[in-house]
Design a protein. Structure first.
Ligand code: ADP
Ligand code: MG
Ligand code: ZN
Length: 576
């Protein structure tokens, strides 16, 4: 049974044809160039035409521009009309995706998308279990490529536009759950922005996206009553119910009578995202907290307690709960506090055990069922309440992620946090925001964190300036003006030395150099980089760090909202 549907919408953005070599893939231009040569891409395109034949009548698929665990994204041109070709992004969702997940993603795009920097949708196609979402194509930069060439004003605009998008989706009760640079497309030349990828989105309790209610109820069921059978099964979902929005109402495509094996969307997505990011991480060696850092035997003798905490919490992988008796010294442990036990009565827990308030894990705890809470997203962007599996997660988690992006922009480091497990990620957060502060905040959402070493909170300005290579005493860049790394102050020897108690960078240099060479898209990098870097960077106002502080508020209840952020003095002369 074949069905295709065009949800015709006004084109929400201006798209003009551009040079092909400017097209960016998730990470690097290089990767994209390789794609052209890969016979695999050609094969994938052929397969897609075969799987969804109606695409052939409408589009010319040119290239694969993104590949994740749950989708592949292609660049196509529309052959519908006379006149200039229109560029389209075709997102082919993997056939095993849960129908409700697909439908919810689509509904986010159709209902909330198309304005305020939220990606819209033009058409949706389905044949059997293959679903393809056609969106306006927004050519975009690789975050890593431009990170250190952005002027301070550009950073301001970037964040402002991100908050605009977040305000929009949060108004609809959408929690994106995967806010990160590769999901916020940025066209520097056109100053265009688009929040994409609602593949992990969930709804607030009062969400206006009907289908997200089902997505959320699914997660809730998983978290607290695993014995109950799922109300929603793959072949019962219909978008034509009375509550479905108009556009979707008319969609024969999504009236899924397709039988698919029921998959636990939550778990699957979580694992997939982790896996995907892991592979991205391999090519990126500039994070402040890199996975590899844990394995480097530093020659630096004056390590901060922070580094020690990180290293040891890595060896103390508490989630695996096996190493509790080995390599102790410092551990991080998260437990439901008394408060939580009272509120989450459907998740019973025996009150005390042998290990309560110690850094050991007793046999009673080892036999406990793992608490499941929505935890999708990318480790380095996860908010503390996500990392500690707080079941009540709100739109505030997206604001934390935006804060992590802002931290990258201000410090010039991406990814900033990189950890393979939640407790390592939590330890990394502690080294920036303070262990006492983190523990205190976790209490407010019913979690108690045990950490055997206290690490102080860092001054955000000092931290960012150090990492960026700006000396706060002398308001100018401390980097050398010669050599391949000169336009990237974060790689200067001086900077590495200064920041050595925080980052261990011996392997960052080659990556930095190759990045510089790899940049050929003419978006502002080059000879005048030092000037570009100085543009505003020597006088970052306090408001920037005040906003960062409010975004990285460990307590989700007091964390700044998107609406409030737009009104923050940091954006004083900017209008919506
Ligand atoms: P995934 O769930 O696999 O991460 P995304 O929706 O995030 O899927 O898309 C993956 C990548 O494809 C994005 O990071 C971006 O590079 C590219 N992409 C997605 N949508 C568009 C679009 N509308 N225009 C241009 N590129 C896009
Ligand atoms: Mg994505
Ligand atoms: Zn115990």
């Amino acid at each position: 049974m074949e069905a295709s549907l065009g949800i015709h919408m006004d084109q929400p953005m201006a798209f003009s044809p551009r040079r092909r070599d400017q097209v960016q893939v998730d990470g690097s231009l290089k990767k994209h160039e390789q794609n052209f040569k890969l016979p695999g891409v050609k094969k994938d395109i052929e397969k897609l035409y075969e799987a969804v034949p109606q695409l052939g009548n409408l589009f010319k698929i040119k290239d694969k521009i993104g590949e994740g665990t749950f989708s592949s994204v292609y660049l196509a041109t529309a052959q519908l009309r006379v006149g200039p070709e229109e560029k389209i992004a075709l997102k082919h969702l993997i056939p095993t995706s849960h129908p409700i997940r697909i439908a919810a993603e689509l509904q986010c795009l159709t209902v909330a998308g198309g304005q305020d920097n939220v990606m819209g949708v033009k058409y949706c196609f389905r044949k059997n279990d293959h679903v393809v979402i056609a969106m306006p194509y927004l050519e975009h930069e690789s975050f890593l490529d431009i990170l250190n060439s952005l002027s301070f004003q550009e950073v301001r605009e970037y964040m402002f536009n991100l908050f605009k998008a977040l305000k929009r989706i949060h108004q609809f009760g959408i929690v994106h759950r995967d806010v990160k640079p590769s999901n916020f497309l940025f066209n520097r030349r056109l100053k265009k922005y688009a929040l994409v990828d609602f593949g992990l989105a969930q709804g607030t309790h009062d969400t206006k996206i009907e289908l997200l209610k089902f997505v959320q109820s699914e997660a809730q069921q998983e978290s607290c009553s695993q014995n109950k059978s799922h109300v929603i099964t793959g072949n019962k979902i219909s978008l034509s119910g009375p509550a479905a929005p108009k556009e979707l109402d008319q969609q024969p495509t999504m009236k899924t009578s397709v039988k698919r094996p029921y998959t636990n969307a939550q778990t699957q997505i979580k694992q997939g995202k982790d896996g995907k990011e892991g592979s991205v991480g391999l090519s990126v060696q500039r994070s402040v907290f890199g996975e590899r850092n844990f394995n480097i035997h530093s020659s630096i003798s004056h390590e901060s307690p922070a580094v020690k905490l990180m290293k040891q919490s890595k060896t103390m992988d508490v989630l695996s709960r096996k190493l509790a008796t080995k390599k102790k010294a410092i551990s991080t442990k998260v437990m439901n506090s008394g408060v939580m036990r009272k509120t989450a009565s459907s998740c019973p827990a025996s009150l005390t055990c042998d290990c309560y308030a110690t850094d050991k894990v007793c046999s009673i705890c080892l036999s406990r069922r793992q608490q499941v809470a929505p935890r999708a997203g990318t480790p380095g962007f996860r908010a503390p309440e996500v990392l500690t599996k707080c079941p009540n997660q709100t739109t505030a988690i997206d604001m934390w992620s935006a804060g992590v992006i802002f931290l990258s922009l201000l410090s010039g480091r991406y990814p900033f946090y990189k950890a393979s497990d939640d407790l390592t990620a939590l330890a990394q957060i502690m080294t920036i925001r303070g262990s006492r502060e983190t523990i205190q905040a976790a209490k407010t959402f019913g979690k108690s964190i045990l950490c055997s070493k206290e690490v102080p909170a860092q001054d955000l300005r000092k931290l960012c300036e150090k990492l960026r290579g700006i000396d706060s005493n002398t308001p100018q860049l401390t980097s050398d003006t010669q050599g391949p790394a000169s336009h990237d102050p974060s790689f200067s020897e001086k900077t590495d030395h200064k920041a050595s108690h925080l980052i261990q960078t011996p392997q960052a240099l080659p990556s930095g150099n190759s990045l510089c060479k790899g940049d050929s898209n003419g978006c502002g990098r080059g000879l005048n980089m030092d000037t570009a870097d100085l543009e505003g960077w020597n006088e970052v106002p306090d408001e920037a760090y005040d906003l960062l502080d409010k975004l990285l508020d460990l307590n989700p209840a007091s964390r700044i909202t998107a609406e409030e952020a737009l009104l923050h003095p940091f954006f004083k002369d900017m209008s919506l």
